[in-house]
Every structure is written in structure tokens, then in C-alpha cells.
Design a protein around this ligand. Sequence first.
Ligand code: SF4
Ligand code: SF4
Length: 369
Amino acid sequence: MRAGRHFLLRGESLRAIIEGIPAGYDIIGPVREKWAVNLAVLDSADDLSLNSRSEESPGRYRLRDENAGPGEARPMNSAKSFTHRARETLYRARLDEDRQWQYRPAAAPKVKQAFFGLHACDIAGMSVMDRTFNKRFRDAQYDRRRQHTIVIGVDCFEPGENCFCSTFNAGPTLTNGFDLGLSRFGDEYLVEIATDMGARIMNDVDLKPAHRDMLELRKKRAASARAGMVRAFDLKQAVKVLNKNYEHPYWFEVSERCLSCANCINVCPTCYCYQILDKSNLALTETARVRQWDACQNLDFAAVHGGNFRPNRADRIRQWVNHKLNWTIEQYGCAGCVGCGRCITWCPTAIDITEPVRRLGGKEIKLVA
Ligand code: SF4
Ligand code: SF4
């Protein structure tokens, strides 16, 4: 089997893809956990969430029971939970009998991970994280996890109410960054084999060549999904609007609703900030240096020697919105947002990252949906 071809797969053969993933990989896919779907390590293909679809609106997430494909219930977490761990020990140190510190690096992280059922926005999110941790600066832990990563993506034909990935050309359908791409059409899947690894996974799977009509249908459904994204906007105009309204009273108004809970950061596939903590025993003879996620919405995020340079929630919300939609473009050459909508869904007070763009832009902003 060669890369670069499209095939048809019967829905009941989906598990054959999971079984075709080479041994030694942790397989990570959408799993239903009570009231939400999360990405989690699968024990088998039976763990996959295939009986629920999610409905989102600002501050709201519900699952509806129905026959669905992987990814049709959007998971709360993203691949970030596996590539940039929420908390990890970097090294440990111990004071020996001669009162010399002995350093022991943490065990090398598990390096082989296969993601099953990622949407295009989440694959784009991985690429944003790569720019931070794996380009100009190389982070050893992150790099080891990314070196051996398989990505099996799935087209999103029914974006949620909070989605706006088309703003960043980050979806809704797959374009790059995957080994295998799936598009669900009822009981069948169109499979795109994009890499040699994708071909290897599909080697023993019974496939029929895809008819050109399927490819045309995929294009139509992608266009209709794109047109349905009511929150999408013109990014270049948004940048101008944000730059022009840095001191606008809107930031104080919206901050009245912010709890500084950092949910928006934790669920975001592209937020990468972390803090370094030293955790010592009471005798101060042993210590572990730990890295854990931090968030610009936290009160003490900007606390430095001599004070806190973002003491107000308004300062922090403005920083967050600008960093995601504006300043990262200069910093990394791409926005720090992929429009997955998670921050809008999981904000307990329904704060919407696209609202400042619409409110401050007024007629200047072209909504592209
Ligand atoms: S800022 Fe919000 S919409 Fe953008 S990538 Fe992060 S969670 Fe998704
Ligand atoms: S914007 Fe929402 S999710 Fe983010 S810190 Fe404020 S209340 Fe929490």
C-alpha cells in the first residue's frame, strides 16, 4: 500500500486501524468518561467513544447519545495533555554523606504515542506547540514525545457553536500533519493514507479504492462546515482592532465576569506556559525539580521581584486575548489560537475569546462565516 491514496473502509473495520498500529505505541483516543469525552489511553478499540455527540455553547457542554464517529463528541482535553504534561519531574537531587548534591535526571518519558480521531484544529494545535518547544529552542522532554508520534485525524463536518477554526485555516477538514485521515460518510469512511506510517498501519486492512464522487462530496461537506462557523472572523482585521483598543473599557467590563480559574488555559491545545517548582523534604536533603502548567489568568503569573505587573483581571484577560490572537503571530509566525472553541465551552462564566473582536471591531470586522 502506498501513501497519497484514498480508499473506502467499512465502519465496522475501524478497529482494524487501531489493531494495525505498531506494537509499543500508547494509543490515545476519545473515551467517554461520564458527562464528558476525554482523550485517554485506550486498552482496546472497544474504549473508543462512538455513541455520543457533543453540543457546545458558551459555558455549556452536553453529550447526546447517538451512533457517531470518533471525534464527533469533541474531547475536553487535547493532545497537549500527552505531549506537554500538566506536571512532570525534570530531575531529583539528594545530599550525600559528604554533603555533596547528587543529581538524577527523571526517567525518559514514554516516547511512542499514536493519536486516534484528532480534528484538524487539534493537529494544528500540535504544530503551534512544536513551534514553541521544538524549533528554535528544543525541549528535551517534549522532543522525545514528539519524535515518535502517529496522528490519525478525522474530518469535522459538523462544527460546534463555539468553533471558529476557519479563521486560522486550521480546519474544519484535514489538510496536513496526519498519517491517516478519515472522513465519515454514514457507515463508511473515506481513508486518506498520507505517510508511509499510514500505509504500514493499513497494510492488512481490507480496503476498496475510493470513487471520485466521494472526494467531491467531502469538498462540499467541508465547504458547508466552514460556512456554518458563526464565530469565524478575519484575522488581519482582528489584529488591527485589538491593537487600536488596548486601553478600551471593554477589558474592565468583561473582567467583572472572570474568576481567574484558568480553565480556558488548561483546556487550550496551544497554551504552553509553565512554572518550575523545587519540592524539598523537611530535612532539605532531597529535592525534586518539577515543571507544571501555569496560566496567564492566574493572579501570581506576573508576580516578579518588586511587584505584580498584571494585578487586575482586566490586565490578564487582555494579555490572554492578545497573546492568542495577536502577539503570537509576531513571535512565532502563526496565531496562538486554532479556533477549537474549548475556552468558550469550558469557561464557567461563558467568556468568549471572539467577543472582543466582534464588540471592539463593530462594522470594521468582517465575519467570514
Ligand atoms: S484560545 Fe480557545 S479557541 Fe483558541 S485554541 Fe485555545 S482553547 Fe481553542
Ligand atoms: S476567562 Fe473564564 S475560564 Fe478563563 S480564567 Fe476567566 S472565568 Fe476562568
